[in-house]
Design a protein around this ligand. Structure first.
Ligand code: C2E
Ligand code: CA
Ligand code: CA
Ligand code: CA
Length: 277
């Protein structure tokens, strides 16, 4: 038994080293990808259900490793947050998304919104509001077309500071969305404490909405709550007609999901080519 214990300790130690090495490697690759501009943004439609028209798009980061494999954001964004790289990457994302939105607006003469994911680490930078407003001004995008998507996280320690930063940005017309609503423990406390304009219902509540009375009740309650306080609501991860029918019945006006479109590269997502009629 003793030798077994020793072996498993060695194995554990070896695994830790391996994990550390892999993490280092991933971090190196990430830095290199950023320098080489291997990152790209894909855009997913957000649709106004009653009219079937595109309201706007969410920008989603894509990283294609030089070896040809696609590395999903969930595999490396946490590391980018841990190492602080997400701040520079986040600026890059915001600039690129704003430039795309500006171009689409000029070409299509249509007021599509552009939603950009913001990491809590970005929001915690003391100059966050200034950075965002400088980038928006530099790209020439009408700030009213920009939406920042925040996720509830333990990282947001000072609600008061975050609130001030967000208010500075909102004063210029940018709107704030709370992502993954209902998934965390403090979603309600977030909409109470932070200036939020839009709530995005987490996909996990929609996955079984056809069969689960509980999930349906939760979604109904979120929608009626959100509408009572004059916020907009978007359901995310809608994949089929039945989910869509239920959401229509409940009165959810905006949806995002594979049912309408997957996130697509800029030239395919472009309104001129992908307009839902
Ligand atoms: P999120 O912000 O909740 O983004 C929605 C995710 O759901 C995206 O995954 C999208 O591709 C996926 N999705 C949309 N519709 C459907 C559907 O109908 N079915 C299914 N199964 N999935 C759907 P993705 O692109 O892998 O991104 C994962 C997460 O990574 C995002 O979740 C967001 O938290 C983070 N992320 C992505 N881009 C950025 C970024 O530029 N900055 C930051 N900070 N985080 C980002
Ligand atoms: Ca999002
Ligand atoms: Ca989400
Ligand atoms: Ca998510």
């Amino acid at each position: 038994a003793r030798s077994n214990g020793k072996n498993s300790y060695l194995l554990f130690d070896g695994q830790m080293k391996l994990e550390l090495l892999e993490k280092r490697k991933l971090e190196e690759d990430m830095k290199e990808a950023f320098a080489n501009e291997d990152f790209d943004l894909h855009y997913q439609q957000q649709v106004h259900v009653p009219s079937g028209s595109v309201k706007g798009y969410e920008a989603l980061l894509r990283w294609e490793h030089p070896c040809g494999t696609f590395i999903p954001p969930s595999d490396w964004i946490p590391l980018a947050e841990e190492t602080g790289h997400i701040v520079a990457i986040g600026d890059w994302v915001l600039r690129k998304a704003c430039l795309t939105a500006k171009r689409w607006h000029d070409d299509a003469r249509n007021a599509f919104t552009m939603s950009v994911n913001i990491s809590a680490l970005q929001l915690m930078q003391p100059d966050f509001a200034d950075r965002v407003l400088a980038i928006v001004a530099e790209t020439g995008l009408n700030p009213c077309l920009l939406i920042l998507e925040l996720t509830e996280t333990l990282l947001i320690q000072s609600m008061e500071t975050s609130k001030n930063q967000l208010n500075q940005i909102r004063e210029r017309g940018v709107r704030i969305a709370l992502d993954d609503f209902g998934k965390g423990f403090s979603s309600l406390s977030y909409i109470k404490q932070l200036p939020i304009d839009i709530v995005k219902i987490d996909k996990s509540f929609l996955d079984h909405i056809e069969h689960s009375l509980v999930d349906r009740a939760v979604v109904e309650s979120i929608i009626s709550l959100v509408q009572r306080i004059d916020m907009e609501v978007v359901a995310e991860g809608v994949e089929d007609q039945e989910q869509l029918r239920i959401l229509q019945e409940i009165g959810c006006h905006y949806v995002q999901g594979y049912y309408y479109s997957r996130p697509q590269p800029e030239h395919i997502a472009f309104p001129g080519n992908a307009f839902v009629s």
